[in-house]
Design a protein around this ligand. Sequence first.
Ligand code: 5MM
Length: 335
Amino acid sequence: MTELNSIALKILQNGKGILAADESTATMTKRLEAVKVSSTAENRLLFREILFSASGMTEFIGGVILYDETIKQESSKKNRIPELISNMGSIAGIKVDTGAKKLAGSENERITEGLDGLRERLNEYYKLGAKFTKWRGVYNISKSHPSKLSIHSNAHALARYSSLVQECNMVPIVEPEVLMDGDHSAKECYEKTSEVIKKCFEELIIHKVDLKGIILKPNMILAGNKSKNQISSEQVAKLTLECLKNSVPSEVPGIAFLSGGQSEIEATENLNLINKYNDTSFIMSYSYGRALQQTALKFWSKDINNIEGTQKIFNHRAKMNTLAAKAKWSKELEN
Ligand code: 5MM
């Protein structure tokens, strides 16, 4: 087993998942303002430190994706954040893309940037304690999207990123997110997601990325959020499994889904069914942002000093998702 493979497995072992706490300052500001908390560096850290020091981190969360601001901050007990995370028994990771910008040559599509100077930034993050990284490509579905241009250029960027990350001895999370926005059918989502993922692996292989040392972070197969033809959780699970079986090489050790705007319960229920029917060699777990934090954030915003109450909510959500990663979740456990 290579070092990168063992890090990937450690992050996702025994039903553990990933806490995506890598919201950029702009996104975190949106999230905080939506619950009427002012978005200062102190408040962003306060909420995140509450999650990172919750007891559920040890049992349920194998890795935390941080944002540049957070990885450089100190906890209230004067620990560096990656140290706090590792003291809790989890592993610190870092988002290294610099965001999705308008893609030249295409209307309404985006290309993720951040390759310039990446090698130097990776070395810096490694020294700060990161063991894995994340880069997200975004694709939207419409009659003409995602275009070949967007599929090709985002896959190329994800592959260049991954090979630089492995050169620096960290595990790259490869996140091609086909957005759920729109009125497209689940079938369209299935087809576009398959095309996107296949192209990513084509480029990863060209760039000599060790597939045993990556984690794939895809969307589940869903009908668009404006579609009248929503599908059941059973169908989501079966289509998602079929799509991944046909597009992901078997060397990949683990898949950690993004929640992408699903409610907390939907994201848990779908993951549970995916694991119930999982007949692949892949570990199927979670790397959720909103679906792990939403209720905890709402609760915390009403009394930002209620650390224990906020942690209780977060611990519960993490536990439910870890049960789902073992196909042991049921609705009754939510109460
Ligand atoms: C946590 O949000 C990440 C994106 O932040 P920016 O848009 O500010 O860069 C995002 O990549 C996230 O890690 C994944 O989409 C998973 O989050 P969800 O909420 O979809 O589970």
